[in-house]
Design a protein around this ligand. Structure first.
Ligand SMILES: *Cc1c(COP(=O)(O)O)cnc(C)c1O
Length: 432
């Protein structure tokens, strides 16, 4: 018996989500990834200690930036993302986004972003990062790639978009936007939380960095907060004079770390060595363990999420008490052709709608649901309903709400993996 599935990248997605990146024979034969509940690790001989702290040697020294359980999750995410990238697990999706932006931009720099973002990302870009001198330009028309080009200045350090917009699951045309980014010498960052690597792999469409909230579909059980950053590797940070802080990091570490690896994964190495080390938002091994349990069924869950979402969207679309429905694969959706191009396995499971009767009707529908639970989360295996303007987009000014496609009566559904008939029956009785 020679078990090698853990390192076989030719296996299918459904197989790799169970096996990739963890070799039981290096862990006393434990088939499930063990929880290494440790703050610090033996350094070994004197010289090895030095090599571990300078990242010249792979291994574990201190739990703020390295742990074998969390690393097993990182290896598995790398395999599922494809293209041999480097993953860094984070304590939350917001930690993933915040540390990514801080790693890429310094005071005086700018980012370019689409407007239909997750509320936490919007607040980070609009309110928090400007306090540190990092400003964001939101594109005029996120469906038009030339809008992104128009927003780029010589201080711009990255373009940031989400795989599926919040709350209406709109889709931007990733490939031409990646071209705009690359011709300006900057990377494209995609928050892929709503799709997961099963439905969409941004690296195959030009993205350079992918961020996740693992709180959502990656784990699926709604029992934890977690996140991750995945670096495709190979972006040229050193040739453009745009990233002096990354150039400095390269110079400081080029003696200790193999030059090819350092150049290829400059972004993710700096993320770990600077931001995890000094700001400290690594994922705990307990959390990584729970996410690994969820990942084992990712493809199965996503197939069911998508199948249910399609049925619910079609039901709502034909209901007399529904004014409009947003779901990309609907006949009526302006995003249908982009959904076919980028999401052949289905465009996620976030469905939003506006009821006939405005805010009052929205309130009554939410209060009458008996299966859909009133909660601000998404990506749980259990179905959830929320009112966007007073929760996920609370406190945004009117123009931001309009740009994000949030009306005062917009209801967002996160479609779970229950029996579709029960979901439809619940919405049906609430709409009556
Ligand atoms: C939830 C979410 C986040 C933030 O993730 P947390 O794990 O809650 O910090 C970021 N982006 C998207 C798209 C999300 O849905």
């Amino acid at each position: 018996m020679v078990y090698s599935a853990w390192k076989n990248e030719n296996l299918g997605f459904g197989t790799r989500q169970l096996h990739a990146g963890y070799d039981p024979s290096s862990h006393n034969g434990a088939k499930a990834v063990p929880i290494y509940q440790d703050a610090a690790f033996q350094l070994g001989d004197f010289d090895r200690g030095g090599r571990l702290f300078s990242f010249a040697e792979d291994g574990y020294s201190y739990g703020r930036y390295s742990n074998p359980t969390t690393e097993a999750l990182e290896r598995r995410l790398e395999s599922l993302e494809g293209s041999r990238p480097a993953a860094v697990a984070m304590a939350s999706g917001m930690a993933a986004a915040a540390n990514t932006f801080l790693n890429i931009a310094v005071s005086g720099d700018e980012l370019v972003a689409s407007s239909t973002l997750y509320g936490g990302n919007l607040t980070l870009l609009k309110k928090i990062l400007p306090q540190y001198g990092i400003r964001s330009a939101f594109v005029r028309d996120e469906n038009d790639p030339s809008s992104y080009a128009a927003a780029i200045t010589d201080r711009t350090k990255a373009i940031f978009v989400e795989c599926l917009g919040n709350p209406n699951s709109n889709i931007v045309d990733f490939e031409p936007i990646a071209e705009v980014a690359h011709s300006a010498g900057i990377p494209l960052i995609v928050d892929n939380t709503f799709a997961t690597p099963y439905l969409f792999r941004p690296f195959e469409h030009g993205a350079d960095i992918v961020t996740y909230s693992a709180t959502k579909y990656l784990s699926g059980h709604g029992i934890l907060i977690g996140g991750a950053v995945v670096d495709r590797g190979g972006f040229d940070w050193l040739g453009s004079n745009r990233y002096p802080h990354l150039e400095k990091f390269y110079e400081e570490n080029s003696e200790a770390i193999d030059g090819e690896k350092l150049r290829r994964f400059l972004f993710s190495l700096r993320l770990r060595m600077t931001y995890l080390c000094d700001l400290g938002s690594y994922m705990s091994p307990q959390t990584a363990f729970y996410i690994l349990q969820g990942l084992e069924t990712l493809s199965l869950r996503m197939e069911r999420h998508v199948a249910n979402a399609k049925r619910v969207a079609e039901f709502l679309d034909s209901h007399k008490n529904v004014l409009s429905v947003s779901y990309p694969s609907l006949e009526s959706s302006p995003y249908r052709s982009l959904a076919e191009k980028y999401f052949p396995r289905g465009a996620g499971a976030i469905v939003s709608f506006r009821p006939v009767g405005g805010l009052d009707a929205a309130k009554r529908i939410i209060e009458r649901c008996e299966l859909f639970d009133f909660m601000a989360n998404v990506g749980d295996a259990k179905s959830l309903i929320v009112h966007a303007a007073t929760s996920t987009h609370f406190g945004q000014p009117a123009e931001a709400l309009e740009a994000a496609g949030v009306a005062e009566d917009t209801i967002r559904l996160s479609i779970g993996i229950e029996d579709a008939d029960d979901l439809i029956a619940d919405l049906g009785q609430a709409l009556e």
